[in-house]
Design a protein around this ligand. Structure first.
Ligand SMILES: NC(=O)c1ccc[n+]([C@@H]2O[C@H](COP(=O)([O-])OP(=O)(O)OC[C@H]3O[C@@H](n4cnc5c(N)ncnc54)[C@H](O)[C@@H]3O)[C@@H](O)[C@H]2O)c1
Ligand SMILES: [Zn+2]
Length: 324
């Protein structure tokens, strides 16, 4: 068994996981990668593969990804290619990874030209979530991770959205039973979507709500200024604004979403140093645009979205302009 973790998570949690596994008779090795997105690289993948080979792990072995989405994506990808695929377990320790990245079997590393360009679909055998690990996570990361729950609420689960509205303070205070209920519900939603459309040929695309805008914003700000969840928050606000403009989403629902995002201290407006045209160009480069057409996920009510590829450049730029 090989645990893949990052330098920070190793110090906090690796000894606990390692000791527990050793106590029940497992042979456990560990490899640590540097903290941060840069570790989703061929270099770190190669180190993990060397380690798997060096410790003579075989097809019956299991890899454990212990940490945030970076370690999950990298470890999962290593498990998918080693000996044409070995089992792996996700033990996510960030809210982002607990409610989103650890579930669904998307694994990947980055290419200098684009994020997540080299990857595979490989489902974990188990996702083990201990919400107590969130106690060491900075509050900004809790808020940013929460966006994927709010997103899930808007795309298909109004009850979940209402739960976040009602329990926001308990969630941000890391009240354990509330967190467990919320995270379990978010994961169940994601698992349901993925079980119906694992390879993202249709339904799974709804998970990209707010993300076409968000990815463009992250790329334009060189992945430095915003947490992923913060960029998606601005993206969701803009997608909702566009839906209002297209007369498919009530203004009251738009305001309900924006109010919750703002209460969660998530941003909803674009920075003034980026023009709407630059945003639109960056969105067009996003790999989810299809045959030159931008495919957008737009809300029709809290709890339902549709996929649209017929929205014009003018309409999109207009919506961005409304979100400064
Ligand atoms: N596979 C998917 O479906 C999917 C979905 C969404 C995002 N992702 C990927 O996930 C990655 C982002 O995930 P992330 O936000 O978890 O980033 P991350 O893994 O880089 O973790 C963020 C930071 O938190 C630290 N950390 C982890 N657990 C901690 C804890 N319990 N307490 C304190 N600090 C802790 C890490 O060391 C790191 O510095 C991106 O690479 C993204 O592409 C994948
Ligand atoms: Zn996301």
């Amino acid at each position: 068994m090989l645990i893949v973790t990052d330098a920070f998570v190793k110090d906090q949690y690796a000894s606990c996981v390692t000791e527990n596994l050793k106590n029940v008779g497992f042979d456990v090795d560990l490899i640590e990668v540097p903290v941060g997105e840069e570790s989703k690289s061929l270099e770190q993948l190669s180190r993990i593969l060397d380690c798997l080979i060096g410790h003579k792990l075989d097809r019956s072995s299991t890899l454990i990804a212990l940490g945030g989405g970076v370690v999950g994506d990298l470890g999962g990808f290593a498990a998918s290619v080693y000996m044409r695929g070995i089992s792996y377990v996700q033990i996510p320790t960030t809210l982002q990874a607990q409610v989103d990245a650890s579930v669904g079997g998307k694994t990947a590393i980055n290419h200098p030209k684009s994020k997540n360009l080299i990857g595979a679909f490989h489902q974990p055998k188990l996702v083990l979530i201990d919400v107590d690990t969130l106690k060491t996570l900075p509050r900004r990361d809790i808020q940013a991770g929460l966006i994927e729950v709010i997103k899930m609420g808007v795309i298909r689960d109004e009850t979940l959205f209402g739960m976040v509205e009602d329990e926001l303070e308990s969630i941000l205070d890391l009240h354990t039973p509330t967190l467990i209920e919320m995270i379990a519900r978010a994961c169940a939603n994601k698992a349901d979507i993925v079980s119906k459309d694992e390879k993202e040929t249709g339904l799974r695309m709804v998970l990209n709500y707010g993300h076409t805008f968000g990815h463009a914003l992250e790329a334009l700000t060189h992945y430095k200024r915003y947490r992923h969840g913060e960029a998606v928050s601005i993206g969701m606000n803009c997608a909702a604004q566009l839906a209002v403009h297209l007369n498919m989403f009530f203004l009251t629902d738009f305001e309900r979403q924006r109010t919750l995002l703002n209460r969660a201290k998530l941003p909803t407006t674009f920075p003034h140093d980026l023009s709407p045209e630059a945003m639109y160009d960056a969105m067009s480069l996003d790999k989810k645009s299809l045959g030159g057409k931008l495919r957008l996920i737009l809300p029709v009510r809290i709890g339902e979205v549709v996929i649209r590829d017929d929205v014009t450049e003018k309409e999109i730029i207009h919506a961005i302009t409304q979100c400064y």
